[in-house]
Design a protein around this ligand. Structure first.
Ligand code: PGA
Length: 297
C-alpha cells in the first residue's frame, strides 16, 4: 500500500465533511483535484472508501477504519512538529538571567555548564543586588532571577534550589579565630563592615541581630563582596557574608569563619520569575537545569 500524507489529509477532510464540495472549499482545492486524490487513495488501498446513497456520500467500513488511523497519524505529526519547534527554540533561544551579586560566585559556573548542554543558546547575565533585582522583576526585564528570599508583596513564582549559609568572618589572626561558641554579646565589642542597605545579605544580617536584641557597631558600608573581604582581611572589622563568597579565602586561610552562637544563619537561594510569565523553551530548560544541577556545581 503506497499512501501519501497529502492523500490522507484530503481523505480526512472529505470524511469529516462528508461532502466533496465542502472539503474542496476547506482545502482550497478544486473539486476534481479532491476527487482525484481520494480515487488514487482508493486505488492504492484496493478498497472503496466512500459510497454514495442518494445524494449523500458515506464512509464505507474500510473508510471508517482508515479515518481512525489517519486521525492518529495527523495527531502524531502535529505532536512531532511541536516538539521540533520547541527544540528549535532551545538551540537558538536567548536567555536573560539576573542574579544577586552573592549568587555571582557560582552563577558563571552554572551558566557555563548549561551552555555546554545548549551550545546554540545566547545567554545574558546581569549581576546586581537584591533591590535592583526586585526592580528588574517588576519591569519584566529578566526571564529568570536567582536571589535570596523573594519579596512577599509581589506576584511571583519561586522555588528554593540551594542553602545559603551566612557566616561571621574575620582575618585569620583575629583573637576570636580559635574561640569556640562565641556569644552574640561578645560581638558587641567588635565593629562590622557591612553591605549596602539594598543587599539581601545586609537585610538578613540586620533581621538576625535585631531579633536577638543586638545593636552592632558598623565601621564601614561597602557595596561589593570582594571589597568586604579585603576590608576584613585588612582588619577594618568583622563581617557577615554568604559562605558561597569565601571558598578561596577559606582554602588559603586568608579569612576564617568564627564559631558564633546562632550561626550560620541558613537562608535559601531561590529561582524566581513573575507569576503568569510564559517561560520560553530555553528559560524552561534553564529552570529545570538549576533545580537539578545547582547542588552539584
Ligand atoms: P545580595 O544577595 O546581598 O548580593 O543582595 C542576595 C540575597 O542574599 O538575597
Amino acid at each position: 500500500m503506497h499512501v501519501t500524507l497529502r492523500q490522507l489529509n484530503v481523505f480526512e477532510e472529505v470524511a469529516r465533511q462528508l461532502s466533496y464540495t465542502r472539503a474542496s472549499e476547506a482545502l482550497h482545492l478544486s473539486q476534481p483535484a479532491v476527487s482525484m486524490q481520494v480515487r488514487q487513495l482508493e486505488d492504492s488501498v484496493g478498497l472503496e472508501l466512500f459510497e454514495k446513497l442518494g445524494k449523500k456520500i458515506h464512509l464505507t467500513e474500510a473508510g471508517r477504519e482508515l479515518f481512525h488511523y489517519s486521525q492518529a497519524v495527523n495527531r502524531l505529526l502535529n505532536e512531532a512538529e511541536e516538539v521540533l519547534e520547541s527544540l528549535k527554540g532551545l538551540s537558538k533561544g536567548r536567555l536573560k538571567v539576573a542574579v544577586a551579586s552573592t549568587v555571582n560566585y557560582f552563577a558563571p559556573r552554572l551558566l557555563a555548564s548549561f551552555s555546554k548542554r545548549y551550545p546554540g543558546a545566547s545567554l545574558h547575565l546581569d549581576v546586581t543586588n537584591r533591590e535592583a533585582l526586585v526592580r528588574l522583576l517588576n519591569a519584566n526585564e529578566a526571564d529568570l532571577v536567582l536571589m535570596g528570599q523573594p519579596p512577599e508583596d509581589m506576584e511571583l513564582e519561586f522555588e528554593a534550589f540551594m542553602d545559603n549559609p551566612l557566616v561571621v568572618i574575620a582575618p585569620s589572626d583575629h583573637p576570636l579565630a580559635a574561640v569556640k561558641g562565641i556569644s552574640l554579646q561578645r560581638l558587641r565589642q567588635e565593629v562590622f563592615v557591612v553591605r549596602e542597605p539594598g543587599s539581601g545579605t545586609r537585610q538578613a544580617m540586620e533581621r538576625f541581630f535585631s531579633d536577638h536584641g543586638l545593636d552592632l557597631r558598623l565601621s564601614m558600608e561597602i557595596t561589593r563582596n570582594e571589597a568586604i573581604k579585603q576590608s576584613v582581611r585588612a582588619g577594618l572589622g568583622l563581617s557577615v557574608v554568604s559562605m558561597h563568597t569565601i571558598e578561596l579565602e577559606l582554602e588559603t586561610r586568608r579569612l576564617v569563619v568564627l564559631d558564633v552562637e546562632g550561626f550560620p544563619i541558613i537562608r535559601k537561594w531561590y529561582l524566581v520569575y513573575r507569576k503568569g510569565k510564559r517561560l520560553s523553551p530555553i528559560a524552561e530548560a534553564f529552570r529545570s537545569f538549576v533545580m537539578t544541577e545547582a547542588g552539584n556545581i
